[in-house]
Design a protein around this ligand. Structure first.
Ligand SMILES: [Zn+2]
Ligand SMILES: [Zn+2]
Length: 103
């Protein structure tokens, strides 16, 4: 038996409802001066990634403390064939909801 190495996951823009929950399970939010840095594992390709949510995002929702739908995309640095030069990650994207973060 010969072991074939796993082929790299091709780049594809794919949203999926399951990504948000899977990412949230691994995600660690860190508040920084520039915004909230989400660090976790991409639910599609399994690579480490982080995504900076600018604090300004929260300023457009004054007065509330409810969930803020925030788009997140994979930003891993692994190889994914077919990825455009001006893109990053494996193409997966999803929406997370951030709560309780003061601006
Ligand atoms: Zn990846
Ligand atoms: Zn990915």
């Amino acid at each position: 038996m010969t072991q074939t190495p796993p082929a790299p996951l091709p780049f594809a823009k794919v949203p999926a409802d399951t990504y948000a929950a899977a990412f949230s399970a691994t995600c660690e939010p860190t508040e920084t001066r520039r915004g909230v840095l989400l660090t976790g594992t991409c639910p599609r390709c399994g690579d480490r990634m982080d995504y900076l949510v600018p604090t300004g995002v929260f300023l457009v929702f004054p007065g509330g403390s409810g969930p803020r739908p925030t788009p997140v995309m994979c930003t891993c640095r692994a190889e994914h064939p077919g990825r455009p030069d001006d893109d990053e990650g494996c193409g997966a994207y999803w929406t997370v909801e951030l709560t309780g973060l003061a601006s």
